[in-house]
Design a protein around this ligand. Structure first.
Ligand code: SIN
Length: 301
């Protein structure tokens, strides 16, 4: 279907009682779901939303001025929610299903633990034995400009590799580490990283994952992977670098400029993402995320 960049279109290719209005976000992935209030979603409508989620990898819902409870309730349509035991410092004190991604200082005035969340290419919870199915991030307070998030289509990344490369990586496992992201250069940052590593021992995940619902293969890598299982870091590095650079080529990504009250739902099984940090850090950026549990994957090394 050929639609203009700003036009919503009816997904009329499907014979369904309720057609969603969608607007493509980029050539590679993503669609905006128009005219849906996520606090009023019936099971039938959710069926359509989930179909679009599987098809587009990420879905954007604009103008969702909702409460935390409504965020959680909408997220539960996607599946059971993570209570973020792997990231205890970052969860909301009263709502463990909500992960804070914020540079708002703590009550005692010290810097937020989660101000650098997502500053490397990753797929959520890949460093756990039950990596996430998907996440729903809500933009609450955004800086004047920037604070963008970039998403990459890992199915496309896999499918555009040569047959030789596909054969080479078919049986490889990447070791996903927790606590690798940019940290504050002070004791709090070091303590946090140490705690993260203690809670989450390294997990080897297949480099090529088969999506449990679409059956399509996708690359599963990112900056948390420093080596392949049974290979040294030195041996692994060039291939990891090549695959990550290939996956994040301009033609495979979508860059989102947030507005307050945007919600993006993404499929962690076939996309990865990066919080850019392209903003004035004296300004507030406050986001809240729910994380949907996926299926068990990988093994502890
Ligand atoms: C995340 O990685 O979940 C957060 C991404 C962002 O803050 O843009």
């Amino acid at each position: 279907m050929n639609v203009g960049p700003n036009a919503c279109y009816l997904d009329q290719q499907r014979e369904v009682p309720m057609a969603l209005e969608l607007r493509k976000l980029s050539h590679a992935l993503g669609a905006e779901v128009c005219n849906v209030d996520v606090s009023k979603v019936s099971e039938a409508l959710f069926g359509e939303i989930y179909h679009a989620f599987l098809q587009h990898g990420i879905l954007l819902f604009r103008d969702q001025n909702i409460t935390r409870e409504q965020h959680i309730e909408f997220s539960r349509h996607f599946g059971e929610l993570d209570r973020h035991d792997a990231l205890p410092r970052d969860r909301h004190p009263e709502h463990p299903e909500i992960l804070l991604v914020t540079n708002e200082p703590k009550l005692d005035g010290s810097p937020s633990d989660s101000r650098y969340t997502g500053r490397q290419w990753h797929s959520d919870m890949s460093f756990t034995p039950v990596p996430s199915l998907g996440s729903l991030l809500r933009g609450i307070t955004m800086p004047e400009v920037g604070g963008d998030t970039v998403f990459a289509n890992m199915t496309l990344a896999y499918e555009t590799l040569s047959d030789g490369m596909k054969a080479l990586i078919a049986d490889l496992h990447g070791i996903h580490l927790s606590g690798t992201r940019k940290i504050a250069n002070d004791d709090s940052g070091v303590t946090r990283a140490t705690e993260q590593k203690r809670l989450n021992p390294p997990i080897a995940q297949p480099v090529v994952r088969v999506h449990p619902e679409t059956g399509r293969k996708a690359l599963y890598l990112g900056d948390k992977v420093k080596r392949f299982d049974r290979l040294t870091e030195e041996e692994s590095k060039p291939l990891i670098k090549y695959l990550n650079e290939h996956a994040t080529r301009f033609e495979f990504i979508y860059r989102h400029h947030w507005r307050a009250n945007d919600i993006i739902a993404w499929d962690n099984r076939c996309t990865m993402h990066l919080a850019l940090g392209d903003f004035d850090e004296t300004q507030r950026r406050h986001m809240e995320r729910t994380t949907v549990l996926g299926t068990p994957s990988g093994y502890v090394v």
